[in-house]
Design a binder for this molecule. Sequence first.
Ligand SMILES: Nc1ncnc2c1ncn2[C@@H]1O[C@H](COP(=O)(O)OP(=O)(O)OP(=O)(O)O)[C@@H](O)[C@H]1O
Length: 268
Amino acid sequence: MTFPRSVPPGPDPRIPAPVPALSLRGLAKRFGSKIAVDGICLEVPAGSFYGMVGPNGAGKTTTLSMATGLLRPEFGTALVHGVDVWQHPLAAKKLMGVMADGVRLFDRLSGEQLVSYAGLLRGMDKDVVASRVKELLAALDLSGDAGTLVVDYSAGMTKKIALASALIHAPRLLVLDEPFESVDPVSAANIHGILDRYVASGGTVIVSSHVMDMVERMCDHVAVVAAGRVLAAGTVDEVRSGASLEDRFVQLVGGRGHTEGLEWLSTF
Ligand SMILES: Nc1ncnc2c1ncn2[C@@H]1O[C@H](COP(=O)(O)OP(=O)(O)OP(=O)(O)O)[C@@H](O)[C@H]1O
């Protein structure tokens, strides 16, 4: 008599593994003697809402800049949906929408002109660009300031117009460095809604943020980065492992700084 053989656990080898939206392999960057990014490896699953958190100077912006073709890595590779960002930058950039932190916009254009320019630069039809610009400005509550020069926008408005420019070509992957900084709560909720819908329809979002609470509410995956390395990465539940993300973050990153030596602050 023969017994049926038990099926070994694990993925079916006949089904190819899904290609991650972003795959970082050993990315590294030094500025002088400062190691900003120390061989970061990260897989961002397609269709995920991925948060990258870390203390000031952790290497988040440097990592995202290397991942999106803005800063050449010293070592390592970045693949967007399997396309090497540094070997095939045009193909990779077609798949991405990027809102970088601290990169200057063409701020002598009006908001409407800037977003239109972003669409036309990507070879989009001008009528499609015009209708999408209108919809994006309305969704981000910027219709009333469509004709205002970006140089005269507030910090939050500038974030929103940069986001509109990143969305205009309907990319498969959105990389947003600090998208909520300076943005008011109503606009933040609007942006959150837009991003949720985008992820629900199959897009992937990566956001860097310092706001743990927001990342915990918004993201399904998170990576904690410090000193240019990934300390923990996975689903939000895996990373926080029963604690709040903020507590887990403090635990991983090494606790709060000491405040001794500031006695003079209470001598007024
Ligand atoms: N252009 C540069 N020249 C010299 N050092 C740099 C440069 N850019 C970044 N660094 C250094 O690299 C390290 C990582 O900086 P990075 O901006 O990537 O951190 P971050 O995690 O984005 O920080 P924050 O949360 O404060 O924005 C820091 O020590 C920073 O001083």
